[in-house]
Design a protein around this ligand. Structure first.
Ligand code: FES
Length: 356
């Protein structure tokens, strides 16, 4: 790691010596945090479980701040290529705070989460984008809240809980949290500390240790006044669907706030897909009907701009030249020449040409 950092610094210095620099770029040579772009130094790495670590990040002067529960795109360089991923701010944030934290869970086969878990070190500098999203506490401090989370879906809620605690607000909060085992449950001890606070009602369900999954009966039992609360849900697709459906069936969708970590996927007919022509690159490849065009392009050796990979940030938008695409969330086939599409959530629906 040390030698790869040295090599990349030497390369950077050589490149910059070969071209005129602005004063800020000379400063960046001395300290990457003086960069013109938003970035942050890893100040602390704390292991939460075997498969989750918390990063405490000290951003540079370009950082515009965050609200607990919002998501931030982190740009991590893996093998010389910058990858962007979204993570929720899980620290209590106040104006002027000099650090913030996120927790990163390991995704099987995930390039970025694996790099963060195994390779990233204290002192490394990563790129940052501005915080976004409205998965945050309501402005009405007296609102009764209901948090429903599973796995790393708890991270934005932990940010909100810490904010409430640090602000001295004794909010009325019921929290249902699901994890396979106690060992897998991030913030297990801190949650139990919260449970001792007045107004905080915690129900942790360890689903491989006798606990049950979310259903309406459990909700009624743990939180009989659930319909009167501002509700937040974040977790795997199964939990999100079950909660969304329950709120829809009770015509309460407007009271439910969702944070999606994994993109929703519709059924795709067998054999869908086609040849994908990358117009600017002048190359083509086969694209399966259920594979996002972003992945198709990456597998073909291209490096399209992207962020969340979930259809949220719009960073991956490109122009469709010919053919049609399938929205992988809804299954809808659409597209006209000149239309823009998000390649992280669209797949080829027949032969297609895109501006990449
Ligand atoms: S990468 Fe964020 S919308 Fe596609």
């Amino acid at each position: 790691m040390a030698s790869s950092l040295l090599n990349s610094s030497v390369t950077r210095v050589s490149q910059w010596l070969a071209s005129p620099l602005r004063p800020r770029q000379y400063l960046e040579l001395l300290n990457p945090l003086w960069a013109e772009q938003s970035c942050g130094r890893i100040e602390k790495i704390q292991r939460e479980t075997d498969n989750a670590v918390t990063l405490v990040i000290r951003p540079n002067h370009r950082w515009q701040g965050a609200v607990s529960g919002q998501y931030v795109r982190l740009g991590v360089d893996v093998d010389g290529v910058r990858h962007w991923r979204c993570y929720s701010v899980n620290s209590a944030q106040r104006p002027g705070d000099e650090t913030f934290s996120v927790t990163v869970g390991r995704v099987n086969g995930g390039r970025v989460s694996t790099y963060i878990q195994d390779t990233l070190r204290v002192g490394d500098v990563i790129a940052l984008d501005k915080a976004m999203g409205d998965f945050v506490l309501p402005t009405d401090a007296t609102a009764k809240l209901l948090f429903i989370s599973a796995g790393t879906g708890i991270t934005p809620m932990m940010g909100m809980l810490r904010s409430l605690r640090d602000s001295g607000i004794a909010a009325d909060v019921t929290h249902l949290h699901f994890a396979p085992t106690e060992k897998d449950c991030i913030y297990f001890n801190e949650l139990n500390d919260f449970a001792r606070r007045p107004g905080f009602n915690l129900h942790q369900s360890l689903t491989r240790e006798g606990g049950q999954h979310f259903d309406a009966a459990l909700l009624d039992n743990v939180c009989p006044d659930w319909a009167e609360r501002k509700a937040y849900v974040c977790g795997p697709e199964g939990l999100m669907n079950a909660v969304r459906t329950h709120w829809q069936n009770n015509e309460l969708s407007s009271q439910l706030c969702e944070e999606v970590f994994q993109p929703v996927r519709a059924e795709v007919p067998a054999g869908a897909g086609g040849t994908v022509l990358f117009w600017n690159a002048g190359s083509s490849t086969e694209g399966a009907g259920d594979k996002p065009l972003l992945e198709v392009a990456e597998n073909a050796g291209l490096l399209p701009k992207h962020g969340c990979r979930m259809g949220i940030c719009q960073e991956c938008v490109v122009t469709l030249r010919e053919g049609q695409v399938r929205d992988l969330a809804t299954g809808e086939v659409f597209g006209e020449s000149g239309e823009t599409i998000r390649i992280c959530v669209c797949a080829a629906a027949g032969n297609v040409t895109i501006d990449l």
